[in-house]
Ligand binder design. Structure first.
Ligand code: 0RQ
Length: 502
């Protein structure tokens, strides 16, 4: 690893993952790198989990940490620490099955936050003290500056805020990542803030490397291990139909003069539907597209390769094994077309609004008035978290939410009278899409939205029931702005919990 660790003072701190993990005390708040399975530390968290397991065996049930990251990580981080019940409080996003189980069993606290808010909340002092940063990097320069890895996330803030720093230098990550990042050091605390000088997704406003005070570094660990591979299934018919509706809609908006023919910068969430939309755009009629998004997945690499996409700005990669191999093999090509930024910049409301981002995100359910639930199953159980969906939905030029109309083999309607949890209010949701169709809610009042959402988006097997609810609410509700029968509004969820069918 020596050629990647060019700073002698930091080379002298090289040690095993176990020795490094032993420097993390119980009760510490630990800020780790990692965003959608990219750029997370791969050795220290597992070593820490082993130490916790040993202490548990010796009768110490208390050894836990507070875990802060960029977004979701991987089994070697969230999974390993959750398996030993080693996380007291987790923030700001997770998608790990073991974590999810513990959170939903009441054995772990979880603070689910807008991803753009995390860094500033840490600077404001709202999250408590950050004790240790554990950050994966692709290399260390002679003066101690760091070559970031395959995600940036909150690393700048963790390195600045933590008392102590542990670095994992991962030589699996391409050395060619150097120069792909843009780390903005112009953020300030109110009232000293200035406009962020970014007006195009391809603008560079910062520095290619992370600053790091070498005197805070307590350990350097060498790893050589691939990022988590995110596998995508080939688009299924439902995803293809959703993608088709969105592309027709975007064409319509161009024809109406509300979008330029190269559209506006795209933000696309994670998952198979998002990937199908990107595949559709790659075959579709638009050229010279840009992306201002948080995660760059396979579909965007395909579009960069085909030339459909001119430039992509993100904070992290989330690639399948094949796409990661292509990325590493052609990194010189991609470095001209991709920039990775801190998540407070990739998701910044000021920039999302200035650029006029087209936000496209998945959801769990929407209600007849356009409120969206992105995070909770039947009101109480967490799925993943809000992630960046709120950053983009509230501030984008267009805010699109998509889902299949049915879940659990048709037992659940994803269009319901009232959502069982609200992440995106009716004020932040403009367009709802299912395989059935697309409802354009812009400018409509609640009583105009309800029949449109049901007719365009609900599955025919639930449509009559929904129309019946709307009709009776219009008769029996105490007021007629957003008519609801409160005793019935959540009865669909109650029925599912009791009978297994809505
Ligand atoms: O559960 O796995 O147990 O079967 O929810 O649903 O259909 O696999 O959908 O993978 O596209 O995820 C909203 C979760 C959709 C995702 C969500 C059940 C369903 C399944 C997942 P099973 P699918 P997807 C950028 C933006 C928030 C974060 C975000 C998400 C599971 O898109 O996490 O947008 N979004 N970030 O069976 C009960 C319903 C249901 C339901 C689906 N109505 N009721 N269960 N399910 N609909 C990325 C970042 O921010 C990092």
């Amino acid at each position: 690893p020596t050629d990647r660790i060019q700073c002698p003072a930091l080379q002298a701190k090289l040690m095993s993952a176990r020795e490094a993990a032993a420097l993390i005390p119980s009760g510490a708040n630990v800020g780790m790198s990692g965003f959608t399975g990219a750029g997370y530390p791969k050795a220290v968290p597992q070593a820490l989990a082993e130490l916790m397991a040993e202490r548990r065996a010796a009768g110490d049930a208390q050894f836990r940490i507070g875990l802060w990251t960029g977004a979701s990580t991987a089994p070697e981080l969230d999974g390993a620490l959750a398996r030993v019940e080693g996380i007291d409080r987790r923030l700001p996003y997770q998608s790990d099955p073991t974590c999810r189980k513990l959170i939903n069993a009441g054995k772990m606290y979880y603070t689910d936050m807008h991803l753009s808010h995390v860094a500033q909340a840490a600077w404001f002092g709202f999250l408590g003290k950050l004790d240790v940063a554990v950050v994966e990097v692709a290399g260390i320069l002679p003066d101690g500056r760091l070559v970031p890895s395959s995600s940036v996330g909150n690393n700048k803030t963790w390195l600045d805020q933590a008392d102590k720093i542990i670095l994992e230098v991962n030589t699996w990550q391409s050395a060619g990542l150097a120069g792909m990042h843009d780390i903005y050091y112009g953020t300030r605390l109110p009232p000293h803030r200035k406009p962020i000088p970014l007006t195009d997704p391809s603008d560079r406003i910062g520095e290619p490397y992370l600053r790091c005070d070498p005197s805070k570094v307590i350990a350097v660990v060498h790893t050589h291990q691939a990022d988590r591979n995110t596998s995508f299934s080939p688009p299924d018919p439902v995803s293809e139909q959703i993608a088709g509706h969105i592309i027709d809609f975007l064409q319509h908006e161009v024809a109406q003069g509300r979008l330029p023919k190269e559209l506006l910068p795209l933000q696309s969430g994670v998952g198979n539907i998002a990937n199908a939309v990107l595949a559709g755009l790659n075959r579709g009629p638009f050229d010279h597209l840009t992306a201002y998004t948080e995660v760059l997945q396979d579909g965007m690499l395909d579009m960069l390769r085909s030339g459909k996409l001119r430039f992509a700005s993100a904070t992290a990669l989330s690639l399948s094994a094949e796409a990661a191999a292509d990325f590493n093999a052609n990194i010189d090509h991609y470095r001209e077309r991709i920039v990775l930024r801190p998540q407070e910049i990739s998701n910044h409301p000021e920039l999302v609004r200035r650029l006029g981002v087209i936000a496209m995100n998945g959801m769990i359910e929407a209600d007849i008035y356009g409120n969206v639930n992105s995070t909770h199953i039947m009101g109480s159980g967490i799925m993943n978290g809000i992630g960046g969906s709120g950053d983009f939905a509230r501030n984008g030029y267009l805010s699109i939410f998509m889902t299949p109309s049915l879940a659990k083999d048709g037992a659940i309607s994803c269009i319901v009278p009232m959502v069982s949890h609200v992440d995106h209010t009716e004020h932040d949701v403009q367009i709802i899409v299912t395989e059935q169709g697309l409802a354009d809610l812009r400018g409509l009042a609640p009583r105009q939205r309800a029949p449109l959402i049901v007719e365009r988006c609900a599955h025919p097997s639930f449509r009559p029931q929904l129309l019946d609810y709307i009709e009776r609410a219009n008769q029996g509700a105490p007021s007629l702005h957003t008519p609801h029968l409160l005793e019935e509004a959540l009865s669909w969820h109650v029925r599912y919990l009791r009978t297994g069918h809505m």
